[in-house]
Design a protein around this ligand. Sequence first.
Ligand SMILES: Nc1ncnc2c1ncn2[C@@H]1O[C@H](COP(=O)(O)OP(=O)(O)OP(=O)(O)O)[C@@H](O)[C@H]1O
Length: 329
Amino acid sequence: MTTSEPNTGGEGPVIEAVGLGRDFVLSEGPFLRRRRRTVSAVADVTFTVRPGEIVGYLGPNGAGKSSTMKMLTGILTPSAGYLRVNGLEPSRERTRLASRIGVVFGQRTTLWWDLPLKDSLELVRHMYRVPAADHARRLAELTELLELGPFLATPVRQLSLGQRMRGDLTAALLHGPGLLVLDEPTIGLDVVSKSTIREFLLRLNAEEGTTILLTTHDLGDVERLCRRVVVIDKGRLAYDGDLEGLRASVPTPRVLVVDLAAPAPPIEVEGGSCVRVDGPRQWLELSGNPAAVISRVAGRHEVVDLTLREPDIEGVVSALYRGAVAERG
Ligand SMILES: Nc1ncnc2c1ncn2[C@@H]1O[C@H](COP(=O)(O)OP(=O)(O)OP(=O)(O)O)[C@@H](O)[C@H]1O
């Protein structure tokens, strides 16, 4: 793939947020007795994204992810803190910033509902003032990579969700931005469409060095795409680091699944605690060395099969959301 412009605003951070905050003032209660209450959607969030990173911005519902995305793209003005995206202050320099970033909100489309996809993309070209030759080349590349060919002439309203998402990604990338901000890019998509989008994003990142920040509730997205995750909870930063570190930071035990020759009472063994029994199959949460527990179990029971399950990212993130992670500074 080729781009018409340099990808980033230099070697400095693509995103720099320091003590970022956003409050909303709500008016509650019956007429004449209304009270004002301040909600901190984002509070004192500090993180940096460097050129070429793919960062997952995760958190439970209402954590403050969308509010952060809106501040990054200049739609919302921060109430507190310092924020630069490609060296620009998003809420004050929104138009300049728009030429350097691509944004896709999975639940909305930027395309024109009644126009064929190709015409919608042509309008996007005019909005971003992309020269016709650059547009043609870029559209040809994206058409091939995202397999848009069969439905370029279809009105957007007739596209499937997966096709529309590929169209939206194309619209966001036609001007060759160095930063792509995605809010739930695979929401509602089937397995094949999710995979197409993930592989495309990986390729975009590898070949063009495009920096990607995405929110997602889909742990498949996280595992496939994100070498680093930033987790926020109740507006505050809960974790910033790699997936391995996230796994290690949450006490999610490994589980030994034991298939016995016949149903039996819950196994009692040092270093393992039986958490589930289903016929001859039992699940032991491990607190001790797996090899030692396995040898103890095998020494005392007639075992047909054993499987050691590592905690998956789903378990880790839900444990993190439940507040199992130690408070960090
Ligand atoms: N315009 C607004 N007015 C008042 N409160 C708001 C507004 N936008 C967001 N909030 C509140 O700020 C908090 C964070 O919301 P936000 O949409 O950023 O969370 P989120 O992490 O994106 O959630 P979800 O995963 O459900 O989309 C919530 O308590 C929400 O109710």
